[in-house]
Design a protein around this ligand. Structure first.
Ligand SMILES: CC(=O)SCCNC(=O)CCNC(=O)[C@H](O)C(C)(C)COP(=O)(O)OP(=O)(O)OC[C@H]1O[C@@H](n2cnc3c(N)ncnc32)[C@H](O)[C@@H]1OP(=O)(O)O
Ligand SMILES: O=CC(=O)O
Ligand SMILES: [Mg+2]
Length: 513
C-alpha cells in the first residue's frame, strides 16, 4: 500500500488510481486538512452527543420542541438568504450517484437540479469517492444546477488521515468539491451548492455553517455564496427545523423531506417502544398521519422563512415492462400531486423516466411561478404528539413482509459491497436508507417478539440461497455475517455502513482491489 505524506499532515492511505492526482493535489489535500484540523474534534463531540441523546430518549425522556429556542421559533422577522442563481425554480431535482453514466443522463434529463449523491446512493469505495469528484469537476460548466450531497457526519474516510485519524467523510466530500469546483461554479453563473444529510439537531447545522464560513474565507469567496438545503430525515431534526434554518440562514436554501431515513430514524430512536412497532414497510406510506404531520410542518417552516420546501423520493422506478411502468408512473404521480398540493416547491426523482411526470404535476400547480413560497400554510399546527403518533398505523408484520425485508437487506448489502450504492429490486429503488429500514424493522420485530428468531433464521437461509442464485458473484458468507451483526444483535447498530465500510471497503483498497 502506498502511504504518502502531503501538505498539512494529510496522508493518502491508498494507491493513486487513474487521474486521482487531478483531485488529490497537494493544495486540495491541504484544504481538506485545514477543515479536518478546524472541525474534527467538534464533529466527534457532536457524535457523542447523538449517542447521549439516543440514550436519554431510550430511557424515556420526552422529545419535544426545545424550550431554549422558543424565541427563535416565535420571532416572525428572520428569513433565510434569497435563492441563489439556479436555485429559484427547483420543481424537479434528480438524484443519483456521481458516476459518469448517470451524470450525463441526469444533466440531459430535463430536471432543474442534479443532486450528486455521495450518501444514500453511493457505496463509498475509494474509487467511487475520488472518481465522483472527477465527474463533478468535469461537468461543472453544464447549465443544470449541481447540488452535492456529501456523506453524513457519522462516516469516516479511512483513505485520508489527519493527525493520525481518518478524516470525517463529510469534510472530504465537501472539501474536495468546494476546492475544485466553487470558483468554476461561480464563473459559470451558479455557486457551490450542497444538500446536507442526516443532521440530528441545530448544533450540527451550526457546525456546517462554520465549515462554510471557513471554506469561503480560505478560498477568498464572498461570505454567503454557499447554499445548503438540509434533509430533514431524523426524528430529532423534525423538532428543530426552524433552528436548523436559523443556524444556517445566510447559507440556507431550504429543507428536503428525506422520508426514508426519517422512517429509519423513527424506528431506531424508538425501537424499544411497542407503540412504535410498524407493520410491513410497504404499508407505511406518506399518507400515514405522522408522515403527513412531518411534511406539513416542513412546508410551513420553510415558507415562513422564505425557503424552498423540496419533496422526497417515491420508491418506484419505471421498469421495461409497459404495465409495470404505467403502474409506477401512476404511483409517483399521485405522490407528487400530494406534495405539490400541500405546498412543496418541487420534489426529488430517482430516475430520468420520472422527470416529466414530476414536472407535469408541479407545472400544474405552479404554472409560470418558480415556486410557491408565498403559500404560507398558516393553517398547519403540528404538535409533538402529531409527529410521534405512530400507534395509529401500527400493526404486526406479515410473513411476506419479513421475508421482503430480509431479501432487500441482503441484496442491497451485496450491491454495496461491490461498489453499487443504489439498485432497483422488483421495481423499487433500494439505497442505503431503505436498506436501513429493512434491517431495522426485522430487528424491532425480533426485539418485541412479534416474530421469532427461528423463523428469521429459516428465512435468512432461504434468502441467502436465493441471493446466491441471483448474484453468483456475491460473497454470501460475508453478506450473511453483515446481516447477522447489524440485525440480529441485541443492541441495534446505529448504521450498517461504518461496520461494512471498515471491514470490506477499506480492506479492499488495502489489497489494491
Ligand atoms: C432515500 C434517498 O436517499 S433517495 C436518493 C438516493 N438514491 C438515488 O439517488 C437513486 C438514484 N437512482 C438510481 O441509482 C437508479 O435509478 C437505479 C439504480 C434505481 C436504477 O438504475 P438502472 O437499473 O440503471 O435503471 P435503468 O436501466 O432503467 O436506467 C436507464 C438509464 O437511465 C440512467 N439512470 C437511471 N437512474 C438515473 C439517475 N438517478 N440519474 C441519472 N441517470 C439515471 C441509467 O444510467 C441508464 O442510462 P443508460 O441508458 O445510459 O445506461
Ligand atoms: O435521503 C433521502 C431519504 O429519503 O433518506
Ligand atoms: Mg437519506
Amino acid at each position: 500500500m502506498a502511504i504518502s505524506t502531503l501538505a498539512h499532515g494529510v496522508r493518502v492511505r491508498a494507491p493513486f488510481g487513474d487521474r486521482h492526482d487531478e483531485i488529490l493535489t497537494p493544495a486540495a489535500l491541504d484544504f481538506v486538512g485545514r477543515l479536518a484540523a478546524a472541525f474534527g474534534e467538534r464533529r466527534q463531540e457532536l457524535l457523542k452527543e447523538r449517542r447521549r441523546q439516543a440514550l436519554r430518549l431510550a430511557a424515556g425522556s420526552p422529545l419535544d420542541f426545545p424550550l431554549a429556542t422558543a424565541a427563535v421559533r416565535a420571532d416572525p422577522t428572520w428569513r433565510v438568504a434569497p435563492p441563489a442563481p439556479g436555485l429559484t425554480d427547483r420543481r424537479v431535482e434528480i438524484t443519483g450517484p456521481p458516476e459518469r453514466r448517470t451524470a450525463v443522463a441526469a444533466l440531459n434529463s430535463g430536471a432543474q437540479v442534479w443532486v450528486a449523491d455521495f450518501e444514500d446512493a453511493t457505496s463509498p469505495t475509494w474509487d467511487n469517492v475520488v472518481g465522483g469528484q472527477l465527474v463533478l469537476r468535469d461537468v461543472v460548466e453544464r447549465r443544470t444546477t449541481l447540488v452535492v450531497r456529501p456523506r453524513g457526519l457519522h462516516l469516516d474516510e479511512a483513505h485520508l488521515e489527519h493527525a493520525g485519524r481518518p478524516v470525517p467523510a463529510a469534510l472530504v466530500d465537501f472539501g474536495l468539491y468546494f476546492f475544485h469546483c466553487a470558483r468554476p461554479q461561480l464563473a459559470a453563473g451558479h455557486g457551490p451548492y450542497f444538500s446536507l444529510p442526516k443532521l440530528e439537531d441545530r448544533y450540527e447545522a451550526r457546525l456546517w455553517n462554520d465549515v462554510f464560513l471557513l471554506a469561503q474565507e480560505l478560498l477568498g469567496i464572498p461570505r454567503g455564496t454557499v447554499r445548503a438545503t438540509v434533509l430533514i430525515e431524523t426524528i430529532t431534526a423534525a423538532f428543530e427545523m426552524e433552528e436548523i434554518l436559523h443556524e444556517l440562514r445566510e447559507h440556507a436554501a431550504g429543507l428536503t423531506a428525506g422520508r426514508c431515513d426519517y422512517l429509519f430514524s423513527l424506528l431506531k430512536t424508538f425501537g424499544h417502544r411497542t407503540d412504535f412497532l410498524l407493520p410491513d414497510r410497504a404499508k407505511v406510506t406518506m399518507t400515514a398521519p405522522f408522515m403527513r404531520a412531518y411534511t406539513d410542518l416542513l412546508v410551513r417552516t420553510c415558507h415562513r422563512r422564505g425557503a424552498h420546501a423540496v419533496g422526497g423520493m417515491a420508491a418506484q422506478v419505471p421498469g421495461r415492462d409497459p404495465a409495470a411502468r404505467e403502474a409506477a408512473l401512476a404511483t409517483v404521480r399521485l405522490d407528487k400531486e400530494r406534495e405539490a398540493e400541500s405546498g412543496f416547491d418541487g420534489s426529488w426523482v430517482a430516475h430520468p423516466g420520472l422527470v416529466s411526470t414530476c414536472r407535469a404535476v408541479f407545472d400544474g400547480v405552479l404554472g409560470e411561478r418558480p415556486h410557491q413560497i408565498d403559500r404560507r400554510r398558516d393553517d398547519v399546527a403540528v404538535t409533538a404528539a402529531d409527529l410521534l403518533s405512530v400507534r395509529r398505523v401500527s400493526g404486526p408484520p406479515t410473513p411476506e413482509g419479513v421475508r421482503a425485508n430480509i431479501a432487500v437487506a441482503l441484496r442491497y448489502f451485496a450491491a454495496w459491497l461491490r461498489g453499487e450504492g443504489s439498485v432497483a429490486v422488483d421495481g423499487l429503488l433500494e439505497d442505503t436508507a431503505s436498506a436501513e429500514i429493512a434491517r431495522t424493522q426485522v430487528w424491532q420485530w425480533l426485539r418485541h417478539q412479534v416474530i421469532d428468531k427461528e423463523t428469521v433464521l429459516r428465512l435468512l437461509d432461504d434468502e441467502v440461497a436465493a441471493l446466491g442464485g441471483a448474484y453468483p458473484w456475491a460473497p454470501l458468507d460475508e453478506i450473511r455475517a453483515l446481516f447477522e451483526r447489524t440485525t440480529l444483535s441485541v443492541e441495534l447498530p446505529q448504521f450498517f455502513t461504518p461496520d461494512a465500510y471498515a471491514r470490506h471497503l477499506v480492506r479492499r483498497t488495502e489489497a489494491g482491489a
